[in-house]
Write a protein of this length. Structure first.
Length: 137
């Protein structure tokens, strides 16, 4: 379990962020380190004033996907940000904002939710990833 799970989050839709949160929580529960690199629309979803907002679903989800997601929420499924908070409590989860995306979207570190540990460039992300696989969501 030494190789980390490395996630590059690009999409900012709730379904894709939820999928990333579930993967993160599962890895953290097994004691596997997790590195998350937030780019573009995923980074935008981590703004402190937007993290609790509805970020919609990917177009391929369609009406049936919306109904399924709503049913899970009604049944008590945690939102993606809450799942990530729980995963971080287990330890070994590092969430970093992409410095280039920060510049592009005119975001300051103070604009981000405390879930985000810091800001780094892509080279630092790859160094942290080591020999682990990189998953792009």
């Amino acid at each position: 379990m030494d190789e980390p799970l490395n996630l590059v989050l690009f999409s900012g839709t709730d379904d894709k962020l939820q999928a990333a949160a579930v993967l993160t929580a599962g890895a953290a529960a097994l004691g596997k380190p997790v590195n998350i690199f937030l780019q573009y629309w995923a980074l935008d979803a981590f703004r402190a004033d937007r993290i609790a907002s509805d970020h919609g679903l990917a177009p391929e989800a369609g009406t049936a996907g919306r109904e399924a997601v709503d049913a899970l929420a009604a049944a008590g499924q945690s939102r993606w940000a809450d799942t990530l908070r729980q995963a971080k409590e287990l330890g070994g989860v590092d969430i970093e904002a992409c410095s280039l995306s920060m510049d592009l979207l005119h975001i300051d570190q103070g604009d981000l939710d405390p879930l985000v540990d810091g800001v780094e460039g892509v080279t630092a992300f790859y160094l942290a990833a080591g020999d682990g696989h990189v998953v792009f969501i």
